[in-house]
Ligand binder design. Structure first.
Ligand SMILES: Nc1ncnc2[nH]cnc12
Ligand SMILES: [Zn+2]
Length: 315
């Protein structure tokens, strides 16, 4: 089954480039940039990847991203991810990057942007993988800082296709970012947002009605609100679901409890994604495989999920 799933053509629509930083590359970049790490080796770092919730993961994710310093680092990070995509027949990617994670450490916006964009362009030319980059705002920081980030990004307007919203969800509802999303949309950017991962269905309503998002990242808690479910089905709003992420972050206790296939059968446009594969134990194929093993996903269901991902592309 693994090889069959691996060979399915698919798109990945929910992937944080910083979350694809494998421990081996993290150690190599730390050495290249002469940064001392609190872990003795790769195994010790991997052993730290045990999380009870989103925040515990984010604390380590931001700590890991600190080894990314130069344009070459961002290139190497992105290129390593694209090689994985090639190996898994991911033919199109719409990854997120978190500029504030880097600019807040003094890394110039253009260093981040140039490194990522050069790798994505090479991926298109050399690997045949098409792309659309999404700039994600960190929701634990004030909207004012999101505005500053959008301003910094404008000289590179053509390098990305949309804006997203990520980081700590609970306590940081989408309504806090209504104005910066309006500004981004006025620049012709698509809007997406993480909503309903740990946060309640109301956050999904807000993301749809106030941020005017065209795709929901995670959205698994929509199933708690029947009226919301009906809207998502009627309007065919895609959900970028991340099964291994959801079990690693205890959104579901185990894969057998995941609601993605129930949603698929109800007519929700759900897709399968890896979120932060270096931290959650696998890339897209491993996520499909986990659904097969944990939920008995059939070949027909896998085909529909993969087709949804191709249909839900923004570009
Ligand atoms: N799963 C996730 N939820 C929110 N913010 C994130 N940043 C990286 N991964 C994330
Ligand atoms: Zn995510």
């Amino acid at each position: 089954m693994y090889d069959w799933l691996n060979a399915l053509p698919k798109a990945e629509l929910h992937l944080h480039l910083e979350g694809s930083l494998e421990p081996e590359l993290l150690f190599a970049l730390a050495e290249r940039n002469r940064i001392a790490l609190p872990w003795n080796d790769v195994e010790a770092l991997r052993a730290a990847y045990a999380f009870n919730n989103l925040q515990e993961f984010l604390d380590l994710y931001y700590r890991g991203a600190d080894v990314l310093r130069t344009e070459q680092d961002f290139y190497d990070l992105t290129w390593a991810y694209l090689l994985k995509c090639k190996a898994q027949n991911v033919v199109h990617v719409e990854p997120f990057f978190d500029p504030q994670t880097h600019t807040d450490r003094g890394i110039p916006f253009e260093v981040v942007m140039r490194g990522i964009k050069a790798a994505l362009d090479d991926g298109e030319k050399q690997l045949g993988i098409s792309h659309g980059l999404i700039l994600a705002f960190l929701r634990h920081l004030p909207e004012e800082q999101a505005f500053q980030t959008l301003e910094q990004a404008m000289p590179f307007r053509d390098a990305f296709i949309g804006v997203g919203l990520d980081s700590s969800e609970k306590g940081f509802p989408p309504r806090l970012f209504e104005r910066v999303f309006a500004k981004a949309r006025s620049e012709g950017l698509h809007a997406v947002a993480h909503a309903g991962e740990e946060g309640p269905p109301e956050y999904i309503w807000e993301a749809l009605d106030l941020l005017k998002i065209v795709r929901i990242d995670h959205g698994v808690r929509a199933s708690e609100d029947e009226r919301l479910m009906q809207r998502i089905i009627d309007e065919q709003i895609p959900l970028t679901v991340c099964p291994l992420s959801n079990t690693k972050l205890c959104v579901f206790e185990h894969m057998g409890q995941h609601n993605i296939l129930d949603m698929l059968e109800r007519g929700v446009k759900v897709t399968v994604n890896s979120d932060d594969p270096a931290y959650f134990g696998g890339y897209v194929t491993e996520n499909f495989m986990a659904l097969h093993e944990g939920l008995g996903m059939s070949e027909d269901q896998a085909k529909r999920l993969a087709q949804n991902s191709l249909d839900a592309r923004l570009v």
